[in-house]
Write a protein that binds this ligand. Structure first.
Ligand code: M6R
Length: 615
């Protein structure tokens, strides 16, 4: 989703800001822009399209500045046009602003300002905010000149309903950037004789080794060598400076063609990282200190709720099956976007988990807050270190999967499922799961990186299959038990990056309606790795065959699909508890190769954003 970068220092700001924007491209955007303060002049350049288009345009201009802000916009209010791109400049020309989030009451702000003589060039909510800042700057002449800019931003924000991560510069104060956040991440990077602002550590492009994470309701005044933070209620805030672990944030392609490809291949490593130090061979259990719960507290849990969005929601569905099976605790899975408004009844001994790769998804963050407001212990599984969700949760587990740049989540999903399996083992061993059963799971988990590695060897074969089906416009994905969630995940991957219509069902549900879709042009991808229901899945495949549907079977039991499936992707034999993780890999590769065959940009799929920070 939208990205912010800002720079104040001694160097030429333009290349630094452009490089920052390029690092944020993965988040998804449709236009880009930059504002620079050059000897009291506010220079702005903004273009719809890629950052390269902006860079090309700006290279024609003689801009030189040591201070500026820039933005990649993912359209919410108003179409994709140059005028709607950020930065937005106040109608008096004094302020420029970049904004992530949504100003929900922008219409009333605009009406108020229009009456006061302010004018608007765009259809955006953000332009209302920059003019509101200009209004407060002019209205309040009683502030000392020193903090008048900061005060104008603060006073404007008091009137804003909605969410924001903003960076603002002013002709009136050419040695300062003011940044603020509410519901949309904003970070301040500290370099030598320079400060950077970004909505994501990557936006610092390696130029800062230390970072300050703004919390909601905080406003920062940033100069070349200082940073003061106040609350929206005008109280000084003491803040912590954290070191950036650039190894975990590394986002180079490292020879891969696409981030998605790189990340699919990083899964064995991501799984190793997820389990490192978290397994006890002696006790046949998982050691999960991050949950911050004693065995006694854990034993009192009667029910677990999982909340997430998209791919992470699919991981929750797998978690439901794993925890119910091994820990025998009822689990419910909620879309985070629904949970926050649905007012789900939660009983006394309920534990809530939220899952989020980015740790910034606004729906998941609000689900976490809603659960905490109701007094429930709320734990988080996140990949992004120090993300808002991880900071606000009552405990949780990091995935340590390394930076995921591909918009289509891959390694984050499998590593989330691994973490959920560890949780199932951990709670299960406190309850009904025997030492022997626990040991089998421990051994299966330890073999996982190799199993995934082995499955990745099938890439060439999967690429060939992809070529056969790349131009079909409809797909069905089918699986039973915990393979239904991975059918959903397989369908989502295909939709996201190849724009093929794909639906997923529990295989047994097919005959209740979706079977009407079966025809030679609508292939079915069938996950068949659960031995206990294998014969049932084979029967479902027969029903498809009888209607001339094509079948791609992803199975550890290839013999069962001989003469039945048109294509078989053979998986190694494995313990039940890990099958979803291994079987997801071919589905990711299938989607990847189909998208390539169709000429799609797999790392920048249309309309999608990596971290969805608006509702
Ligand atoms: O960062 P999160 O895990 O909270 O993101 C949730 C979804 O937005 C995300 O999984 C989305 O569905 C991906 N594009 C899936 O590939």
């Amino acid at each position: 989703m939208c990205g912010i970068t800002g720079y104040i220092g001694k160097r030429d700001a333009t290349p630094i800001l452009i490089e920052g924007l390029k690092k944020l491209e993965y988040r998804g955007y449709d236009s880009a822009g930059i504002a620079l303060l050059d000897n009291g002049k506010m220079n702005v350049c903004k273009k719809k399209g890629r950052v390269d288009v902006l860079a090309e345009e700006i290279s024609k201009k003689p801009f030189k500045a040591n201070l500026g802000i820039s933005h990649t916009r993912w359209a919410t209010h108003g179409g994709v046009t140059d005028a709607n791109a950020h930065p937005h400049v106040s109608s008096d020309g004094k302020f420029a602003l970049v904004h992530n989030g949504i100003v929900e009451n922008f219409e009333s702000i605009k009406t108020f300002l229009t009456k006061k003589g302010y004018t608007f060039k765009s259809q955006t909510d953000s332009e209302a905010l920059v003019n509101l800042i200009a209004y407060h700057y002019d209205f309040r002449t009683d502030e000392s000149l020193e903090n008048r800019f900061l005060e104008a931003v603060r006073k404007a924000l008091i009137h804003v309903e909605g969410t924001y991560g903003i960076a603002v510069i002013s002709k009136e104060k050419p040695d300062e950037i003011v940044a603020a956040r509410k519901g949309s991440p904003l970070l301040i990077g500290i370099g030598k004789n320079e400060r950077l602002v970004s909505s994501d550590v990557l936006g610092f492009a390696g130029r800062a080794n230390n970072v300050i994470y703004l919390d909601d309701g905080q406003i920062a005044s940033i100069t070349i060598d200082n940073c003061d933070i106040i609350s929206i209620g005008n109280k000084p805030i003491e803040y912590k400076v954290k070191e950036i672990d650039w190894e975990l944030e590394n986002a180079d392609l490292a020879g891969a063609k696409h981030y998605m490809q790189k990340e699919i291949y990083e899964q064995p490593k991501a799984i190793e990282n997820a389990i490192r130090g978290r397994i006890s061979d002696d006790a046949s259990t998982a050691i999960l200190h991050g949950l911050n719960m004693t065995a006694q507290e854990m034993r009192q849990v009667d029910r677990i709720i999982f909340c997430a969005c998209g791919t992470a929601w699919h991981a929750c569905l797998v978690a439901e099956q794993l925890i119910e099976k091994y820990a025998r605790i009822p689990v419910e899975v909620e879309y985070a976007s629904e949970f926050r408004y649905r007012n789900t009844p939660i009983e006394k001994n309920t534990l809530v988990f939220v899952l989020s790769q980015s740790g910034e998804t606004i729906d998941t963050l609000e689900a976490l807050r809603e659960s905490q407001r109701k007094g429930f212990k709320t734990l988080a599984i996140t990949n992004a270190i120090a993300s808002t969700i991880s900071r606000e949760s009552d405990g949780g587990l990091y995935q340590y999967a390394g930076k995921e740049v591909g918009v289509a989540s891959t390694k984050a999903f499998t590593s989330q499922v691994v973490i959920c399996l560890l949780i199932a083992l951990h709670i299960g061993r406190m309850r009904d799961l025997s030492y022997t059963a626990g040991k089998e799971i421990v051994e299966a988990i330890k073999k996982l990186p190799n199993l995934v590695e082995e499955t990745l060897q099938q890439a060439k074969h999967i690429e060939e299959i992809a070529k056969k089906y790349a131009f079909n416009e409809d797909f069905l994905f089918l699986g039973r038990l915990d393979e239904f969630p991975i059918a959903l995940e397989g369908a989502l991957k295909l939709k996201e990056i190849s724009y093929i219509h794909a639906e997923a069902y529990p295989a047994g549900e097919m005959k209740h309606g979706p079977i009407a879709l079966i025809c030679p042009e609508c292939p079915s991808v069938i996950f068949a790795n659960a031995e206990d229901v294998l014969s049932k899945v084979v029967s479902n495949a027969q029903e498809i065959k009888a209607r001339k549907g094509k079948i791609i079977a992803i199975t550890s039991f290839p013999e069962a699909f001989e003469g039945l499936a048109d294509d078989i992707i053979q998986l190694p034999k494995m313990h039940d508890c890990v099958r979803t993780i291994v079987a997801t890999v071919p589905a990711q590769l299938l989607a990847y190769y189909i998208a390539l065959e169709r000429g799609c940009d797999v790392d920048k799929p249309r309309n999608l954003a990596k971290a969805v920070t608006v509702e």
